[in-house]
Write a protein that binds this ligand. Structure first.
Ligand SMILES: NC(=O)c1ccc[n+]([C@@H]2O[C@H](COP(=O)([O-])OP(=O)(O)OC[C@H]3O[C@@H](n4cnc5c(N)ncnc54)[C@H](OP(=O)(O)O)[C@@H]3O)[C@@H](O)[C@H]2O)c1
Length: 282
């Protein structure tokens, strides 16, 4: 018997990176796992591995959090498979940053103001579509998943929602303003939701991440590197990180697990930053 035996956990984007590491911990403690992502094969591979390793039921189906119809269909499917959701981890998402013409390298949350390698600001030439895209990608994705999940979450009686955001939501440098603002919306919405759903015994918390080594960051390196190794490419990104390194997906998964599980049963409306000390919020 694990700590989560009898519980059902839905992890969006459970096939890779932070989501994949989280699923591992939830399954190890006996939870039934539901996960969604857009690509079928990584989902199927992860499901096979997890079900084999932990002898738990793993339910997979492809869905795109950016498409309301896809999410509606996903929940029609899921509600035929399970009776309740006890844990929802809103993790799926990508990050595409617009590349400024003047920028000589990829920008990062922790870039120091006035860094001579970076253009001074890009606000003046950002258009509304960029802001709308960021909101669609970051905020509306998690909003629509949570809304469709609510009937199943309400059946739990003891549910926990953990929303994964970026530390940009707390402190948005000018050059990544669009996603920073959209992540702030996720923070404020999570705060509001924790108060609204608390009386029903539903907890809502946020895990906020800095630079974490996942396929997402590996993709950034692949796209923008000019011959530098992964370590060389991201070295500048750790300049303002107290611990002077990027994080690992399993370090984030530990925090998500804590907030998802009964170990945090009296915690709601809170924010835990996994960023090595880049944004100091105490
Ligand atoms: N890693 C970082 O440094 C970092 C920093 C700040 C914020 N974050 C946020 O943390 C979360 C997890 O990041 P990660 O680094 O673990 O990413 P990752 O390695 O790229 O994994 C993302 C997961 O989400 C799925 N996904 C992406 N877009 C989706 C969509 N539209 N609909 C459904 N599933 C989707 C992916 O599968 P498919 O591609 O098959 O859909 C995959 O399973 C994301 O929301 C990301 O924005 C990460």
């Amino acid at each position: 018997m694990g700590e989560l035996t009898g519980k059902v956990a839905l992890v969006t984007g459970g096939s890779k990176g932070i989501g994949r590491a989280t699923v591992e911990l939830l399954a190890r403690e006996g939870a039934t796992i539901a996960m969604l992502a857009r690509s079928k094969e990584p989902l199927a591979a992860a499901a096979q591995e997890i079900a084999g390793k932990y002898q738990v039921n793993v339910i997979t189906e492809t869905a795109d959090i950016l498409d309301p119809n896809s999410i509606k269909k996903y929940f029609e499917f899921l509600s035929k498979q399970i009776d309740q959701i006890d844990i929802l981890v809103n993790n799926a998402g990508g990050s595409e940053q617009r590349v400024s013409k003047e920028s000589v390298r990829m920008v990062a949350t922790v870039d120091a103001p006035g860094d001579p390698e970076l253009p001074p600001s890009r606000f003046a030439d950002m258009n509304e579509e960029e802001f709308q895209n960021a909101f669609n990608q970051k905020f509306f994705g998690m909003l629509r998943v949570t809304r469709e999940a609510m009937p199943l979450i309400r059946k739990s009686g003891d549910a926990s929602i953990v929303n994964i955001v970026s530390v940009k939501g707390n402190q948005s440098p000018p050059r990544v303003l669009t996603s920073g603002i959209a992540w702030s919306a996720c923070l404020n919405w999570s705060k509001s939701l924790s108060f609204e759903l608390g009386p029903e015994g539903i907890r809502v918390n946020v895990v906020s991440v800095g630079g974490i080594v996942t396929p997402n960051l590996e993709g950034v390196h692949e796209r923008f590197n000019e011959g530098e190794t992964f370590e060389e490419f991201f070295k500048h990104r750790t300049k303002n990180v107290a611990l002077r390194r990027l994080g690992q997906a399993d370090e984030v998964a530990d925090a998500i697990y804590f907030l998802a599980s009964p170990r945090s049963s009296y915690i709601t409306g809170q924010y835990l930053a996994l960023d090595g000390g880049s944004v100091r919020c105490m």
